[in-house]
Write a protein that binds this ligand. Sequence first.
Ligand code: SF4
Length: 399
Amino acid sequence: MNMNFRIAPDSIQKLSLLDDTLRFEPAGDQPMAERSASPSRAPKPLPCISEVTTPTGKKPILKAMMTTACERNCFYCPFRAGRSRTRRITYTPDEMARTYDIIHRAGLVDGLFLSSGIIKGGVSTQDKLIDAAEILRKRYNYRGYIHLKIMPGAEYDQVRRAMQLADRVSINLEGATAERLAALAPKKDYWNELFPRLQWMSELRRKEGLRAGIVTQFVVGAVGDTDLELLQVSEHLYSRLGLRRTYFMAFHPVIQTPFESLPPVSPQREFRLYQASFLLRDYGWSIEDLPFLRNGNLPLDVDPKLAWAREHLLGHPIDVNRAERHELLRIPGVGPKLADAILAARRRGRIREIGHLVALGLRDVEKASPFLLLDGKPATQQLRLLDFPTAPSLPRTCG
Ligand code: SF4
């Protein structure tokens, strides 16, 4: 903890006790990076502050809970009722807002992610979350980023108020279906407590123009769920309810929970799910396009877009000068920005060289070229003749 800032020690001590228990609750655009401690990074001033990637750059975000006590018993959760190893810490709304204001003014954080265990029901708990955000906005005149959790069973007016106060709201479905949720969290009710709240959020955005983005999260791999199930519900949430993001959390066992002896799920599975979900959200793909194995999961050893291209485009490369946007988006290494840049460049003249594509933003020439025709010829011919520098491909994107 950084002792160079003069603030109320009790509040800060409580934040220290929160530790980084919310590291598995993603808040930004690179959820896997949020929870991996990079050795090159400076030590955090408080363990519950995470570097989060947002559309406006990386920000230190405080991930806090109104209370780490909970009356529910979700099988995977460190905060579940009766778990003696969990230190129970509770804030009043006033105290949470004041504490955040202090560390924000000290320059330690630039955003708040606020969740809670459930005590005396979802409605009462939601009131406390809303009160904390309300105090922060009104008394402390805070204009920055707030992500508020919506509690299972929260009322319609509470969801509306949360969306008026926050930049982002979320309620975790946890399971892809009601049956999967029952196996993960027997006291949560998919169709009565969770899914309708996502529908309300979507309706409030549509009908009342509320701008808060909507996200949800799934626990992956603890109870036999398949990637097909998870991506089917994600596709529905993107296309019908306009969710900004579905997060996937590869299951990891927590001691002193009913799932403590289950094996952890590979982070690679989580990574492939993200790649596939971006194809559904941003690339115009449908579930039928994804290369599922017979067990309903994606192959772990290959990016789903590359697997599709190897099956469908080898021997039938895409002509960069004639393809429609949705066809360009089938080429490994070509994302929405590059597809748009190619279309704009074509209006100025033909694209004849790989170097032209590199100048437009193609990062991984070797990955893309087997699936491209340039000026009627396979792009791989140019690759053999010329030694183009290949910029490193970024993790997390599908391209
Ligand atoms: S309701 Fe939330 S905090 Fe409580 S046990 Fe379930 S996941 Fe954990």
